[in-house]
Design a protein around this ligand. Structure first.
Ligand code: IFM
Length: 441
């Protein structure tokens, strides 16, 4: 890899990220059922109807996985806590095994000199709350604040940073408008409500963690570079709207206490009554902002109902997800977020990485494509920093090959290969390259 730590500002944090349902093994340790279990059990939703029952068995193998992080010279481990593992019914009595697990996990990080970067929610909603309408129900903000209090009451004294919700766009739009993720809805009213409530829950969780005395609290949004499919004004408007509901909506709510007009044109009539009164909670001050970035999308207009556009295939080289490789988009989005929303607040690239059909040959995994991808995106980060964006860290997605949601175990994003039969871990060439780069001062 083409960098050394000294190419980045003093104190820049390098990490790797995972999430609970994707790696832990949700059939262990008294975790409750989640909407992902039932979504996956419904034919047609997930490749081969795979689920997170065993995943990488991180629940039992977490110590070895933390060793991989420490031996890889990472500074930070970004992990998430499963709501249903901590509160199997979503509310009420905590599961002591679940709390003990996160306690051990955080202590394990500290023992190895790793900074624990917690995300409270990375998509495994407890089924009893899904039964009550899940993210469509305004009460979820209170349920989430209660969950925050329980889990952070236990580990909040030792986590280095915390963010409430991973990728609000996925929780709202991908899951309620496109129906690709649990609960698999395709309904504009559900979408508008979920998108607003996810922000309300974010704000309530920030307030709850502040009241617990925690600091270094942030928000993690996913962003895609939105480009018009051609040079017509119609395509430009289509890309601007995509940019609006994908990239602007959530940070605009959090940092400007307003939603973009372009998005309100479609979602406004479906937002819950009194939504304008929630911005003081939604805009609760945070200490940093995280951006998850993977790709760009080319957008073309069409005659469908709002948002009246669709994605078209782009010409650039693609990852195994079919996503174009476009590091310039990361540079652009970091600079724009700094300029238009977050000012001097530290920015983190909280996820970045690529899927590839990696295979073990002679006991090793050669993934030069991933080394190149990471190198190119770290170059984009350096350019954003040189242009004045206060980027303070970069976390690769993901430490391990894992459950890639609707795509099951087929898409491998890991720096470490996982054999899903034996569960054996094999660090890939990209892990070794990153480890060597991080050892360079
Ligand atoms: O695996 C996901 C992760 O859960 C959230 N961000 C994107 C990753 C790759 O699709």
């Amino acid at each position: 890899m083409d960098f050394a730590r000294s190419d980045f500002p003093e104190g820049f944090q390098f990490g790797a990220a995972t999430s609970s349902y994707q790696i832990e093994g949700h059939s262990f340790g008294g975790a409750g059922k989640t909407h992902w279990d039932t979504f996956a059990a419904t034919p047609g939703n997930v490749v081969r109807a795979e689920n997170g029952d065993i995943a990488c068995d991180h629940y039992h193998r977490y110590a070895d996985d933390l060793d991989l992080l420490a031996e890889g010279n990472f500074d930070v481990y970004r992990f998430s806590t499963s709501w249903a593992r901590v509160l199997p019914e979503g509310r009420g009595t905590p599961n002591p095994e679940g709390l003990d697990f996160y306690d051990r996990l955080v202590d394990g990080m500290l023992e190895r000199g790793l900074k624990p970067a917690a995300t409270l929610y990375h998509w495994e909603l407890p089924s009893p709350l899904a039964d009550l309408g899940g993210w469509r129900n305004r009460d979820i903000a209170g349920w989430f604040a209660d969950f925050t209090e329980v889990i952070m009451g236990r580990i909040g004294d030792r986590v280095w940073s915390a963010a409430p919700i991973n990728e609000p766009w996925c929780v709202g739009w991908l899951s309620h408008f496109l129906g690709h993720h649990a609960p698999g809805l395709r309904d504009i009213r559900a979408t508008a409500r979920a998108m607003h409530h996810v922000l309300l829950a974010h704000g309530r969780a920030i307030e709850t963690m502040r009241a617990l005395g925690m600091s270094n609290l942030g928000a993690v949004c996913n962003m895609e570079y939105a480009a018009p499919a051609d040079d017509t004004p119609q395509a430009a408007a289509a890309a601007e709207l995509y940019d609006g509901y994908y990239n602007h909506f959530f940070i605009s709510g959090m940092f400007k206490k307003a939603y973009p007009d372009t998005v309100l044109e479609g979602l406004g009539p479906h937002l819950p009554k009194g939504w304008q009164d929630d911005f003081d909670v939604i805009g609760a001050p945070v200490d940093w902002c995280g951006i998850n970035y993977y790709t760009r999308k080319l957008i073309a207009p069409n005659d469908d109902p709002w948002p009246s556009h669709h994605e078209v295939d782009g010409p650039l080289p693609k990852t195994a997800m079919g996503w174009e490789i476009y590091p310039e988009g990361l540079e652009y989005l970091l600079k724009r977020t700094h300029r238009d929303y977050t000012g001097d607040l530290p920015l983190y690239v909280t996820e970045n990485g690529m899927a590839a059909p990696d295979e073990i040959e002679d006991g090793a995994v050669d993934d030069p494509h991933r080394i190149d991808y990471l190198d190119q995106h770290l170059g984009a980060v350096r350019r954003a920093i040189a242009a004045g964006a206060p980027v303070a860290g970069y976390y690769a997605w993901s430490l391990l090959d894992n459950f890639e949601w609707a795509l099951g175990y087929e898409k491998r994003f890991g720096l470490v290969h996982v054999d899903f039969d034996s569960l054996q871990r094999t660090p890939k060439a990209s892990y070794h390259a990153l480890k060597a780069a991080l050892a360079r001062g």
